[in-house]
Design a protein. Structure first.
Length: 426
């Protein structure tokens, strides 16, 4: 394993608990009602900034051929942003900090993937990408463990100090260990190998080789009129429903735990269980899906995730106070862990198969746009729905969207399916 891969560990540890930290801090600043709305706006700002950030850095990586400088700058700026978070004790400042973090953190995603392809032999790519993803997952889990322990004794806002220093350590490790290769590849080369494609989408689910045009959207969705050409538009519709649902649920989940009087440490612990299961599930997903239809596995993931969301909605009505941690510790690892991995791996394999033999710039541009817009839309309405209708309505609405997505996937016309990458490819 190249030494520079270790630079991913500290920064992943720093970024893993950040979303939960931001939302809990906003709730502490503004109380249980306004805090939920501001937490939703913070997540929306992060998702909204991520779209132009992915476009900007996608263009920059092909113009600026120094992978080292982009990676080091991204990690260092992440560290500065996290350290600044501890100094800005206001709602607007917190939302701004989180938005800036979304922009600077997106810079490292593509150069890390290209660096593997440019510096490692092709026979080692799959293993190298798997180790990169594993290092990121281990870092996220370690960060949540640190946060769970920290929140038991210290103010959570001060957590930004060790997290910021960890990101700076990553920048220092990258500065020492990353060497720019003599041969540079274009961003589009990532699309042609399953292992690189999956690793890139896992690090940042927005992948713009070029900015999509209105004609690209018309080309994708006009096939809906005929059964023989409906596969692609139906797939995109199911993707919109999934990410719209995820935006709704994920934005309100941490505020819901706080609303049920769970402490910051208990909230971090719940998120930790989901991340542990998700990290482990990714190690076995390839082998599981290789023995099954991609459509079947995708539907299974959607139904399991939807069932968990539905039970969360029921629990929000019938379970009182801190006892909500019981369904949370059971349902969240299933929905955010096992179900998410089943859907993510199968659907992205279908997406990988779709972009082969056609213009990847057009297909991925439309895909990333609908993912980004759907997630942003879900996060925008989530806080308001939770405040004015209740967390039960929020969770059940997210479940209904997933059941609708499963129905759309079941309507996909039959077509040949290629096997997904093995577990070693993430």
């Amino acid at each position: 394993m190249p030494r520079w891969v270790y630079s991913v560990l500290p920064v992943s540890l720093a970024s893993g608990p950040l979303s939960t930290l931001i939302q809990l801090h906003l709730i502490q600043l503004n109380g249980p009602t306004l805090g939920v709305i501001y937490a939703g706006l913070a997540v929306s700002a992060f998702n909204g900034v991520s779209i132009p950030a992915a476009m900007f850095w996608g263009y920059t990586v092909d113009q600026l051929h120094s992978r080292r400088s982009m990676i080091v700058a991204s990690y260092f700026l992440e560290g500065l942003v996290l350290l600044a978070f501890g100094l800005i004790n206001s709602t607007s400042g917190t939302i701004l900090i989180y938005s800036v973090f979304a922009f600077v953190s997106a810079a490292a995603a593509t150069p890390l993937n290209l660096l593997i392809m440019e510096s490692e032999p092709k026979t080692s790519w799959a293993g190298a990408f798997a180790r990169l993803s594993m290092m990121s997952g281990i870092g996220n889990v370690a960060g949540l463990i640190l946060s769970t322990v920290w929140a038991q004794a210290l103010p959570i806002v001060l957590l930004s100090i060790p997290l910021g220093n960890l990101a700076v350590i990553s920048a220092a490790i990258a500065l020492i260990t990353v060497k720019d290769p003599t041969l540079n590849l274009e961003e589009e080369t990532i699309v042609r190998r399953a292992s690189s494609f999956f690793a890139r989408l896992l690090s940042l689910p927005l992948f713009f080789i070029r900015i999509p045009r209105p004609a690209d959207f018309r080309r994708v969705f006009r096939g809906l009129r005929y059964e023989l050409t409906s596969y692609v538009p139906l797939f995109y519709i199911s993707t919109v429903l999934f990410y719209f649902s995820s935006g709704i649920f994920n934005t309100s989940f941490v505020p819901a735990l706080s609303n049920f009087s769970l402490s910051a440490g208990e909230t971090f612990a719940v998120i930790l269980t989901g991340m542990v299961v998700q990290t482990l599930a990714f190690q076995y997903a390839g082998g599981y899906i290789a023995r099954r239809s991609l459509v079947t596995t995708s539907i299974q993931g959607l139904l399991l995730r939807g069932g968990c969301y539905l039970l969360f909605g029921v629990s929000a009505v019938v379970v009182a106070g801190t006892r909500f941690i019981i369904p949370a510790l059971i349902l969240y690892p299933l929905g955010a862990g096992a179900a998410y991995v089943a859907y993510y791996t199968s659907s992205n394999t279908m997406m990988f198969n779709m972009v082969q033999g056609r213009s990847p710039g057009s297909a991925l541009g439309v895909y990333s746009a609908v993912v980004g817009i759907a997630t942003l839309s879900g996060s925008l309405i989530s806080g308001f729905v939770s405040v004015y209708a209740g967390f039960d309505v929020t969770f059940i609405s997210a479940a209904v969207l997933l059941f609708a997505a499963a129905w759309v996937v079941s309507r996909l016309p039959a077509r040949s399916e290629h096997s997904p990458p093995s577990s070693a490819e993430g």
